[in-house]
Design a protein around this ligand. Sequence first.
Ligand SMILES: Cc1cc2nc3c(=O)[nH]c(=O)nc-3n(C[C@H](O)[C@H](O)[C@H](O)COP(=O)(O)O)c2cc1C
Length: 207
Amino acid sequence: MKILAINGSHRKGKNTAVMLGLVLEEAAAGGAETELVELADWRIEYCISCNKCLREPQCSIRGDDMAKLAEKMLAADALVIGSPVYFGNVTARLKTFMDRTRWLHMRENLLEGKLGAALTHAGLRNGGQELTQVILERFLTAHGLRLVEAREPAGPIYNTAPMGTLYEGLDDGRFRWRKGVLEDELTVVMCRILGRNLVRLGSGAET
Ligand SMILES: Cc1cc2nc3c(=O)[nH]c(=O)nc-3n(C[C@H](O)[C@H](O)[C@H](O)COP(=O)(O)O)c2cc1C
């Protein structure tokens, strides 16, 4: 089973990348082949709304890295998409990528049936993680992917998705921040559950 993780952060290797890495690490321990794509390494032009993809499953924009990214997506059995929260939304970098995948589903759903999962990271405790999570999940289901959650099959963790925060608490009314997502125990646990669930569902253990 091949799992492709895609990081929409402008900051390679930071919180969102660490979360995706935890998912992949756990999935690899379960036997999956994994790859992390940092979108910050790839050149992606804007969709120009030429609507060529309404007529044929192709994009008119050539010469950037989007075709290579599409190849990777098509070759994967599961996609995991992660974004930091920017104003209650995904980053502009990830949105540009999302828009450019339109040709993969307008004529036929070329990604249909693959597994899909999403995760987010934000500074604040209620900083828009859930909104951003919904946006990511909507993108995955628009492409016909089957959503995988970070729910324990029979366990005490009832959340559905890893949504990290740097907020740790208050000291005399001032915010106390975590240094990074690895200090956010629940989020780390949920990333690992998600990695295990991807392998469990991908190996056909459940549908
Ligand atoms: C332009 C911008 C907008 C942001 N908007 C939010 C926000 O709406 N809510 C929030 O909690 N954090 C917000 N943040 C903080 C990031 O979500 C946070 O730093 C996150 O950990 C970055 O992820 P990364 O380390 O993977 O890059 C924003 C940061 C930037 C640069």
